[in-house]
Design a binder for this molecule. Structure first.
Ligand code: HC0
Ligand code: SF4
Length: 574
């Protein structure tokens, strides 16, 4: 430990702390811009400058280590002036159309500029040539908003181990984007959107589909069915100022009903359906010498990663579509039949914590019944915007329930899909009972919970040893695949989610300012909301969902039946 003085306060901290961390530990919040904990600690933007007694010039506190006896001032005129000039300089080369900006009122640069009391930009000059790319279904890049902080670059490179984004050119001509400024859609981008979540401004954002959805809602001839992913309930509240991890299931349903959707369902129903299909696929592969390890296929970012980087593992992927695609296919077949609606007049909207699902839903093979399974995908943030557009007072809404007919029931197993390890746990709850041939008491699998990058366990189920692994974030997926490839590890079943933390921290979830990320592990807080919902539900195992049982009886036959294959399974491309 070392002792130092910050703004006349004595502080004792571990000796590997930076000044920024030391200050935070006593409630002194030094402003930052490029800094992002564990992701981007490069001291590039120089907003976090402080004065260190005896040192020459001001120092970037986010990279400067503490030392015994240091005396630091974080808020002198010299410091404030330097920070102000730094931000003014950034603003001088920034597209400052804040009023019409995608991130208006949700921008770290805007907040900083307000805080530093910047009321004009003294140096107005040439601007760096800007690039605009909206070719993909998922991500839009607008370099006129980019401040070259490097947060996206390092998320993509270090957390995802992909490296699509980089600093191009030098000096005044520097931009951040794919090499040679190609479109993201011409680079092996997996559309995970982690770069969007890291971006402090509006240089990267999702491709918005809100207007399409309003149009469908307003068309009296179209029956619009909406479904919400498990993780959305754990994030949406943040769009309305609620604390991170607040579970807003009931308010979300109420808001969707007010927006005018004809039916409001939970993707969790289809998560249960996925477990039936995927669980039986696994059993079949184990019992019949099929390709192992089987790997989950519900995260479309992960699927793209596998297609681009590990084509030799495509046969290992479960052939199951992701739950929301299954839901779409069931809505346009079973549900359409039940309600006597022509599927061509049904419009399915998925509210997802994910940007990659926009591209997934547009894949040509995602047409179970001849029609697109899912017609539009909105992120959690886009839903937040729609609710604001409709001037619904979200926080005052009374809880409402999902529609209950045919596809309305869901289990705790479905809910936990949204956190890393959740799909594995849900599958185990079902597979274990099938193998043991009896109902099991203990259904919580703590070995697969939590935010460790790779989780492993060996279980004995019905006398059989089953080895499993869970990876989240594609860097961790790569690590596991490499171990399997080299023969170092053997597994029967692997869960992979493209984003660190799983869907709760997907690329479509509310952006959390980097300053907050210093204090909260968002992955943990949002996951808690899901595990909590799991414990209060009547049914907690997918195969006990009465409406799933009925769906098989009335329509699909058995898991992995011919009809199930047609509607609910897919294939992959190298
Ligand atoms: Fe997920 Fe899903 S759980 S991918 O993590 O499997 O996005 O939340 O909707 O489809 O159910 C995301 C979340 C989903 C799907 C489900 C799965
Ligand atoms: Fe990288 Fe994911 Fe962003 Fe694509 S979406 S550039 S893979 S972080």
């Amino acid at each position: 430990k070392v002792t130092l003085t910050i703004d006349n306060i004595k502080v004792e901290v571990p000796k590997d702390y930076t000044i920024l961390q030391a200050a935070k530990s006593v409630g002194i919040n030094i402003p930052t811009l490029c800094y992002m904990k564990d992701v981007n600690e490069i001291g590039a933007c120089r907003v976090c400058l402080v004065e260190i007694q005896g040192a020459r010039g001001l120092q970037a506190s986010c990279v400067h280590p503490v030392a015994e006896g240091m005396i630091i001032k974080t808020n002198t005129k010299k410091v404030r002036d330097a920070r102000k000039s730094t931000v003014e300089l950034i603003l001088s080369n920034h597209n400052r159309e804040c009023l019409t900006c995608f991130r208006n009122k949700n921008c770290e640069l805007q907040s900083l500029s307000e805080e530093l009391n910047i009321t004009e930009v003294p140096f107005e000059g040439a601007k760096t040539e800007a690039f605009f790319d909206n070719k993909s279904h998922s991500i839009v890049r607008d370099s006129s908003k980019c401040i070259l902080c490097g947060r996206c670059v390092n998320v993509c490179k270090n957390v995802q181990d992909i490296g699509i984004l980089e600093f191009n050119n030098r000096g005044f001509k520097t931009t951040v984007g794919p090499a040679f400024e190609v479109s993201m859609s011409d680079a092996p981008c997996i559309y995970c959107g982690q770069c969007i979540v890291a971006c402090p401004v509006a240089a990267l954002r999702e491709k918005e589909d809100i207007e399409k959805v309003w149009e469908a809602i307003e068309n009296p001839n179209i029956h619009v069915v909406v479904q919400t992913a498990p993780a959305v309930r754990a994030g949406l509240g943040e769009e309305f100022g609620l604390p991170i991890g607040t579970r807003v299931t009931g308010k979300m349903v109420a808001a969707l009903k007010r927006l005018g959707f004809d039916k409001v369902y939970d993707t969790n129903f289809a998560a249960d359906l996925t477990i039936m299909e995927e669980g039986h696929e696994l059993l079949h592969r184990i019992q019949n010498g099929g390709t192992l390890p089987m790997i989950t296929s519900c995260s479309p970012g992960w699927i793209r990663f596998c297609e681009f980087n590990y084509p030799e593992f495509l046969d290992n992927l479960s052939t199951c579509k992701s739950p929301h695609q299954m839901m779409g296919a069931i809505i346009k077949s079973y549900y359409a039949e039940k309600n006597n609606i022509d599927p061509k007049n049904i419009f399915v909207v998925s509210i997802m914590p994910c940007t990659s699902k926009k591209t997934e839903s547009a894949r040509p093979e995602m047409k179970g019944n001849g029609y697109r399974d899912v017609d539009a995908v909105l992120t959690t943030r886009e839903l937040g915007k729609m609710i604001k557009q409709a001037r619904i007072d979200f926080n005052k809404l009374a809880d409402e329930q999902f529609d209950q007919d045919y596809l309305g029931e869901y289990t705790g197993a479905g809910v936990i899909f949204g956190a890393t390890g959740g799909v594995m746990e849900a599958a185990l709850r079902t597979v274990a009972e099938v193998l043991e041939g009896k109902e099991l008491e203990n259904i919580e699998y703590n070995a697969v919970r939590g935010v460790e990058g790779v989780k492993e366990a060996e279980l004995t189920l019905g006398g059989m040893k089953v080895k499993i692994a869970v990876a989240h974030g594609t860097a961790m997926a790569r690590k596991v695949l490499e171990m399997v490839k080299s023969g170092e590890k053997e597994y029967h079943f692997i869960e992979v989610m493209g984003c660190s933390g799983g869907c709760v921290t997907g690329g479509g979830q509310p952006q959390v300012p980097a300053q907050t990320l210093m204090e909260v592990d968002v992955r943990v807080e949002r996951a808690k909301a899901l595990y909590e919902e799991d414990t209060v539900l009547e049914f907690r195992k997918s195969h006990t969902n009465p409406q799933i049982i009925k769906l098989y009886e009335e329509f699909l036959g058995k898991p992995n039946s011919h009809k199930a294959h047609e509607l609910l399974h897919t294939h992959y491309f190298a």
